[in-house]
Ligand binder design. Structure first.
Ligand code: AMP
Ligand code: GLY
Length: 423
């Protein structure tokens, strides 16, 4: 059973069903893509009713529940399902704080000795204003709680910084912003490293690079993620080893020291500083989206074996993940207006033609209305190309995207631009 309805969940369902050992997947609630995926069915169960989710999982006889999004993890769905005797991939409420409270995560990083930017937390505007005066620009303002990737402002000026603090404290980001973190700006190159962990053993997956901004050249507002590629060529094995030794392992150890049995994905959003050192920008308690759509297609080990071992606390008994050569690139096709208010309900054409290019068309915000796929979210589709090189993968992804048509479809034409514009 996969909880969630995005491109990440479609990619998980697709990958699991590639394995002969996986005969059935159900998605709660799933989307138009998982509705039409052979071997997969969508189930409508209210996620705010954990007891009902547990009953349905038991009735279906599921061997594993994978919780995709952060909101149900932060609400403690993992604890409730485990208490009902189910094997669950995803931390409980305590562990999910690593994403759900940025100030909690900062404390944990300090405890673990993990490199991260200096920051302070505020609920009082005057105190925040005074602190801002003491810091250099640019400066980063973050809502403490979950804000669907939209709670961060990188402010170039003191005015913008103060406006962001005021807006958050005034409740414009909802409860997530009642506390704000003012964090020093880190320069460098961003990379996402997702790791599987059972609370002891940690297996990093291939590094990926997300494209968070809506506009060409990484400009404009932040989104959930407009595209990604993996692996990231400049993330060498030596750097991966430092990330493992200096960030992932100490963080999992610090969680353990707090009595947290963390079984799931630890997603490290990293800034590789100009001198080559990895620093943590944020942690997430789940698979990334769209990182998952580029990492899983490159995995050659059986995914279900790895995920079950995480859930059962015996990850060290299975071999680390193995990968196919080459690369994968994903281009997100979004609805007009995203990340602001966007249109929904439009028929999507060209999906079969897109699949004929060899690209994997993962549905993100769609529904199947028994005759058509229709748009039903901000990020509508995530189109992944694969190839012997990242260039080939990008070419296949864009060939897939160009076959797709719905009114106002928007995508970034420059996914992977940092590959060619930087050394
Ligand atoms: P987050 O939601 O914490 O990942 O932040 C969203 C984006 O804001 C990150 O992917 C970065 O591009 C940027 N960001 C966040 N914190 C910092 C920081 N301390 N320095 C520079 N950029 C940051
Ligand atoms: N792609 C960013 C995230 O999943 O948070």
């Amino acid at each position: 059973m996969i909880i969630g309805q995005g491109g990440r969940e479609h990619a998980l369902a697709w990958k699991l069903l590639q394995s002969a050992a996986v005969t059935e997947v159900c998605c709660v609630p799933g989307n138009g893509g998982t509705a039409r995926l052979s071997g997969c069915q969508n189930l409508a169960v209210a996620l705010d009713d954990p007891a009902e989710v547990a009953r349905v999982a038991q009735r279906q006889g599921v061997d594993l529940v994978i919780i995709g999004p952060e909101a149900p993890l932060a609400a403690g769905l993992g604890d409730e399902l485990r208490a009902a005797g189910l094997a669950v991939l995803g931390p409980g409420k305590a562990g999910a704080q690593i994403e759900a409270s940025k100030s909690w995560a900062k404390d944990l990083m300090h405890q673990a000795g993990v490199p991260t930017a200096a920051a302070q937390s505020f609920t009082d505007l005057e105190a925040a204003r005074a602190y801002l005066k003491t810091r250099a620009l640019p400066i980063v303002i973050k809502a403490d709680g979950l804000a669907a990737g939209k709670g961060v402002t990188v402010a170039e000026t003191a005015e913008v910084a103060l406006e962001a603090v005021e807006a958050a404290l005034a409740g414009q980001l909802g409860p997530a912003g009642r506390q704000v973190l003012i964090e020093d700006y880190l320069d460098g190159e961003e990379v996402s490293v997702l790791a599987l962990t059972d609370g002891q053993t940690v297996y990093p997956l291939l590094p990926a690079q997300d494209h968070k901004r809506i506009g060409i050249g990484d400009t404009g507002p932040n989104t959930g993620g407009m595209g990604a590629y993996a692996p990231v060529p400049w993330v060498t094995p030596v750097l991966m080893d430092r990330i493992q030794q200096q960030i992932l392992l100490p963080t999992v150890r610090a969680l353990r020291e707090r009595g947290i049995d963390y079984r799931g994905i630890l997603y490290a959003g990293l800034m590789i500083r100009p001198a080559g050192d990895p620093w943590v920008v944020e942690f997430n308690c789940r698979f990334g989206d769209p990182e998952t759509q580029v990492v899983l297609p490159l995995l050659s080990s059986p995914l279900e074996t790895l995920l079950l071992a995480c859930a059962q606390g015996c990850l060290g008994d299975v071999p680390p993940p193995e990968w196919v050569l080459g690369g994968a690139a994903c281009v997100v096709v979004a609805a007009a207006g995203y990340p602001g208010p966007y249109t929904q309900g439009d028929a999507i054409d060209g999906l079969d033609q897109a699949a004929e290019t060899g690209a994997l068309v993962f549905h993100a915000g769609t529904v199947w209305d028994s005759s058509h796929h229709r748009t039903a979210g901000g990020r509508v589709l995530a189109v992944t190309g694969r190839g012997a090189s990242l260039g080939d993968a990008l070419q296949q992804a864009y060939a897939g995207v160009s076959a797709i048509d719905f009114p106002g479809a928007y995508f970034r034409p420059d996914i992977g631009w940092r590959l060619t514009h930087e050394e």
